[in-house]
Design a protein around this ligand. Structure first.
Ligand SMILES: O=C(CO)COP(=O)(O)O
Ligand SMILES: [Zn+2]
Length: 207
């Protein structure tokens, strides 16, 4: 993918996610890997109004390498790419239902959401919860890198989800599935539910 095409894809995805309420204000950040460079959204961006000519470049170490000052979560995006050689895109949002789940006290931090549906099992699978850090706190970096070695989707406590994928569309697809399942989980709280069995969920992985 050329830099120009990547910039257009980030801008279009940002507009789509923002217009559908997947993140708000100046929250969330997106990136695409272009070889040894990562194209990211600038810090403070409204994802609904990105300028394809005004994006940022960082290295795989999370250092600013060109363009506008990058997202304060540059280290997090870089950690996801280092941990997952197959990752070509990373999406981080403050999507309401996933953020709500990230604030719950009584969840299993090894896997926050049950496999309520087949598409959740197919697109997300397991979702570890990482302990709270302030946005931009690079102390999260080693924790995120280690968790990302085994999981392409992570939930940051009292913050929001971050998802890596083999392309921008796949990362966004998994993110939308995560948000949909977080919403279902909250809708079903307090009601007897029947998630997929471990065997049913396992059989659906990586479809
Ligand atoms: O979601 C965000 C912080 O976690 C937004 O930060 P940036 O504007 O620096 O990308
Ligand atoms: Zn954030």
């Amino acid at each position: 993918m050329t830099r120009q095409a990547a910039a257009r894809a980030l801008t279009a995805l940002g507009a789509s996610l923002f217009s559908r309420g997947y993140t708000h204000g100046s929250t969330g950040n997106l990136s695409i890997r272009l070889g040894a460079t990562i194209l990211t959204t600038p810090t403070g961006s409204n994802l609904g109004a990105l300028d394809p000519g005004g994006l940022s470049e960082i290295t795989l170490d999370g250092e600013h390498a060109g363009g506008a000052p990058p997202t304060k979560e540059a280290f997090l995006h870089a950690a996801m790419y280092r941990a997952r050689p197959d990752a070509e895109a990373v999406v981080h949002l403050h999507s309401t239902h996933a953020v709500a789940v990230s604030c719950l006290a009584d969840v299993d931090p090894r896997d926050v959401l049950p496999p309520l549906t087949a598409y959740y099992a197919m697109r997300v699978g397991t979702l570890p919860l990482l302990p709270y850090h302030a946005p931009g706190d690079a102390a999260l970096e080693p924790l995120a890198e280690q968790a990302a070695r085994g999981h392409h989707a992570l939930l940051l406590a009292n913050h929001g989800p971050v998802v890596a994928g083999p392309g921008l569309a796949a990362a966004a697809d998994a993110m939308e599935e995560l948000e949909a399942t977080a919403r279902l989980f909250l809708l079903l709280r307090g009601q007897a539910t029947r998630p997929l069995s471990p065997e049913q969920a396992h059989a659906l992985r990586r479809r």
